[in-house]
Design a protein around this ligand. Structure first.
Ligand SMILES: *[C@@H]1O[C@H](CO)[C@@H](O)[C@H](O)[C@H]1NC(C)=O
Length: 385
């Protein structure tokens, strides 16, 4: 037996030598298999397995940066065929390089085989989405109320701006006092009789002996005011009374004064007319208006900026009619009296407010001041802005 043992051992060696390449191929073993055997300590236990090596192989572990890693354990069981199996294990820690290469070399300079793996997702590390979420969460917790706050703030600001705008408009109207309007005697048709203060005009029955003037209306029974308006907003109140045939509004100073023609914006007149109780706007063609009750005082509101001329019932502040696209040229308050006995009176600034206050004091509540009364009145003013 003593003799046979070396003989037995000699046989594979001889075979190897005889088979040459074949034996060498068998000796290079199989490709290493990297096997993750589970978690160990705070890392992952990786096994590198390979079979059929000769001579005894060496195992080399390296990471992605080429650094050599020392295995935790290594076994090289040798089979009956004289070939070595290799089992080497390594613990990969969470924060170590994820690339891992197991190289197995037969002897010191024999053929080698290697396998590389990348260990990712094995550790319960935060996925990028998770990281993003974890970053986003506190940010959003801070941002959402901020955005909500800013949004609310913006809305409040917007509301405030709108309210302020509305209030400014109302205040504009409130603070807008009636314009000083008096009649221009030199433009009055000879049938028209002007009061001494120039605020009232009556259509008489006699042709008065007045100086001739190219500015005097003839034969139309008209008269213009001495004042004209080219910019801003202005209003004046005209007491039209309960009866009579008249027209009032605004007109170009340069409108034709001589001759009979149809009054409309085409000839430079924007006016409201009442004839035999029928109200109409002197558009072309005329626009009939149903007014119930018929206004006693007509407010003429000229907005030069907008180019609009609006008429209101000055007592109820209900809207009557609005001309738009009025001339940007200076406009003069305009009055026409068709029939004898008809009278138009321009209320002096402050008078209507005084009257209104009286009315308010008597009928609504004694506490309402003049200004508050105006605000209330203007709040219900329709369609002007
Ligand atoms: C070596 O590995 C091969 C293939 O996995 C197996 O058949 C053989 O039994 C192993 N030998 C030893 C000694 O573990």
């Amino acid at each position: 037996m003593e003799n046979t043992r070396p003989c037995f051992q000699a046989i594979p060696v001889a075979l190897c030598l005889l088979l040459g390449i074949g034996t060498a191929a068998a000796g290079s073993g199989s490709d290493p298999v990297l096997h993750m055997a589970g978690h160990k300590d705070s890392g992952v236990w990786v096994l590198c397995l390979s079979a059929g090596w000769y001579p005894e192989p060496r195992v080399l572990w390296r990471n992605g940066r080429g650094e050599t890693l020392s295995p935790e354990s290594e076994q090289k069981p040798r089979g009956d065929d004289g070939l070595f199996n290799v089992s080497s294990s390594l613990v990969v820690l969470e924060n170590s390089d994820p690339a891992l290469t197991c190289t197995i070399r037969a002897g010191f300079s024999g053929p080698e085989r290697e396998t590389t793996i990348r260990i990712t997702g094995l550790f319960p590390r935060h996925a990028p989405e998770m990281t993003a979420f974890l970053v986003f969460l506190p940010v959003s917790l801070f941002l959402v109320p901020l955005v909500v706050y800013l949004f609310r703030k913006l809305q409040v600001l917007k509301e405030e701006t709108t309210k302020e705008h509305e209030w400014r408009q109302i205040l504009d109207k409130v603070s807008l006092s009636a314009a000083e309007v008096t009649l221009d005697q030199s433009t009055a048709n000879p049938f028209l009789v002007l009061s001494a203060d120039g605020r009232s005009v009556t259509c008489g029955i006699l042709w008065q002996d007045v100086p001739k003037s190219y500015r005097r209306f003839d034969p139309l029974p008209c008269v213009l005011a001495s004042q004209c308006f080219a910019e801003g907003q202005h209003y004046w109140d005209v007491e039209v009374g309960w009866w009579g045939d008249w027209a009032t509004g605004a007109a170009w100073g340069s409108m034709e004064h001589i001759g009979a023609f149809r009054l409309s914006p085409d000839v430079g007149v924007w006016a409201l007319q009442c004839q035999e109780g029928e109200w109409s706007a002197l558009t072309c063609p005329e626009t009939p208006l149903q007014l119930e009750p018929a206004p006693r005082i007509v407010r003429v509101h000229l907005d030069c900026t907008r180019g609009s001329l609006a008429f209101y019932n000055a007592e109820s502040m209900s809207h009557i009619f609005t001309f738009t696209g009025c001339s940007r040229a200076p406009l003069f308050p305009f009055f026409l009296l068709w029939t004898s006995g008809t009278q138009l009176t321009i209320l002096p600034p402050g008078q209507r407010k005084a009257r209104e206050r009286d009315r308010t004091m008597c009928t609504v509540t004694p506490k309402l001041g003049k200004r508050q009364g105006s605000v209330t009145e203007l709040l219900i003013m329709p369609g002007q802005s």
